[in-house]
Design a binder for this molecule. Sequence first.
Ligand code: NAD
Length: 269
Amino acid sequence: MDTKRLAGKNILITGAAQGMGAANAEYFAMQGANVCIGDLNLEGVEAVAERINARGNGKAVAVKMDVTRRADNSAAVARTVEAFGSINIALLNAGVNKPRMFMDIDEDNWDMIMNINAKGVLLGMQEAARQMIAQGPMDDHPYKIIPVGSIVSRTAFLDVVPYCCSKYAVLAMIIGGAKALWQHKITVNGYAPGVVKTELWEQLDKDLVEIGMFEKEGQSMDHLAQTMILMKKLSTPDDVKGTAAFLCSNESDYMTGQLIMIDGGMIMQ
Ligand SMILES: NC(=O)c1ccc[n+]([C@@H]2O[C@H](COP(=O)([O-])OP(=O)(O)OC[C@H]3O[C@@H](n4cnc5c(N)ncnc54)[C@H](O)[C@@H]3O)[C@@H](O)[C@H]2O)c1
């Protein structure tokens, strides 16, 4: 591993107490990045930061934040700048899912998912960009904003429609944000995981049994792997972190407005 590949990159990562956010934070720091990791779960991000700081390559600070609140987004950006001097990259990863059959979707389900996954990304993009614009363009490389999409940024399933709407919204913000922010030398690119074994999917698997989509826990993931994933296997955060690091690195400088699928061949367009 190139332990200097992300040296000098000061990266804010939301939703980093567990799952892909935590795995990415550790991987970026191993490559020399400084990371400010935010989450509702302060204890969780503090534990991740402790592991990173104990390892000694790259530094980490933890911040409690709710991505649905503008003030929390701007405070997390300010914490990044306070700790590391500037912000270069924002990885907007916090996200939730709660399945409902289409006719059972209520306003609470819609609002909760859209607030965190869509509004949270909008606020994160705006508050990160505001600081990047104030810092002025960097001489050598663009600033980068990386919202996290999903396979359901490009197709919809019948039992998670609000989640699909929120991730289609992320795709729209990647394209619209790229067009709006290049004048400030900020690129916007996202990645779209498929079925990743994290706490989110473990809960989703239980919830899908509860709403009657599957009979037993564990079936939903196997069903998707066998029927929809070309590679016939599920993924883990390790399958995602390389693409995430690439989007943070200088190697992705000449890209903007893109959403990269990391899904074992589920969605091909
Ligand atoms: N797991 C998958 O299969 C999968 C597939 C495609 C996309 N994704 C997306 O990838 C991202 C990470 O997913 P994961 O599977 O690692 O999830 P996860 O549940 O393991 O982690 C998500 C983190 O976000 C935090 N969070 C939730 N609401 C928040 C809020 N309002 N403010 C701040 N933090 C909040 C949680 O506390 C948690 O630590 C999400 O955007 C998710 O939608 C996941």
